[in-house]
Design a protein around this ligand. Structure first.
Ligand code: SAH
Length: 240
């Protein structure tokens, strides 16, 4: 199986079509050809095609979504990138480590690498969807396509056989995908409000901390079902 096909580069609200083309080219030089665009300001666009050069086919096959949640719904590992480190960070992974991690994750499911807006990067709510955050050490912020190039280079260099990888671990434990985790978080929030553990007037980053905990745990589908079963039973007991 060619696992490199299970890696997607996701761009959130890119404002310059030229950057989209430059990203397609950067990714394709490293063998990565799946591009997902969340609310691009202008796409398709001639500037994008010009800057993509030989990677125009990557643009032709690009998917366009209206939210990051939709873009990563099927993915079992979502890696965010950020020009700066944040207040309540998720797991920080250096670019080199991310390259290795991606190949490990591909044995278990599709992987998305998420890049933010040219002007303001990714919002905290978008980072909440990520299992990890990677910052490329630099003196100042990199251009979007330059950041994609560095990350794709690290993935390329870490490839066990430059772009292919033998089958899965076959452990039988299927990881929950991003969309399944989001349903769990909604369920959890509703239950915590109902039992008055979560105070809507003083949420104190509780949901963000719990998301971080569950993301770190790498829950399987079976584990998500158990947790949701517990939440349903808790709500039923609380309503009695
Ligand atoms: N002013 C913005 C910069 C965004 S640059 C900010 O402060 O967030 C656009 C995107 O390029 C970022 O969201 C990130 O995905 C990527 N990027 C830029 N510099 C980076 C760096 N040093 N490390 C990792 N990603 C970077």
């Amino acid at each position: 199986m060619n696992l490199v096909g299970e890696i997607s580069i996701v761009l959130v609200e890119p404002s310059h079509p030229g950057n989209i083309g430059a990203v397609a080219r950067a990714a394709k030089t490293m063998g990565i050809e799946n591009l997902v665009l969340v609310n691009p300001k202008q796409f398709p666009d001639r500037q994008a095609t010009v800057r993509a050069a030989d990677a125009a086919d990557v643009l032709d096959h690009a998917l366009v979504c209206t939210s990051l949640g939709d873009a990563v719904r099927q993915c079992t590992f979502v890696a965010g990138t950020s020009a700066r480190t944040r207040g309540l960070p998720c797991l920080q992974i250096a670019p080199r480590e991310l390259g290795r991690q991606v190949w490990h994750e591909l044995e278990r499911g599709p992987v998305a690498i998420v890049f933010g807006r040219e002007s303001s990067g990714l919002s905290n709510e978008e980072m909440d969807l990520c299992h990890s955050a990677t910052t490329i050490p630099s003196v100042s912020s990199l251009n979007l396509a330059a950041a994609v190039q560095v990350i794709c280079y690290e993935i390329f260099m870490a490839a066990p056989q430059r772009g292919s990888f033998p089958g899965s671990t076959g452990s039988g434990d299927v990881l929950a995908a991003s969309g399944e985790l989001e349903l769990l978080f909604e369920h959890l929030q509703a239950a915590l409000l109902e039992i008055e553990f979560l105070d809507p007037k003083q949420p104190r980053q509780l949901m963000r901390r719990l998301r971080r905990l569950y993301h770190r745990a790498r829950l399987t589908q079976v584990e998500v079902n158990i947790l949701r079963g517990i939440l349903s039973a808790t709500r039923k007991a609380a309503s009695r």
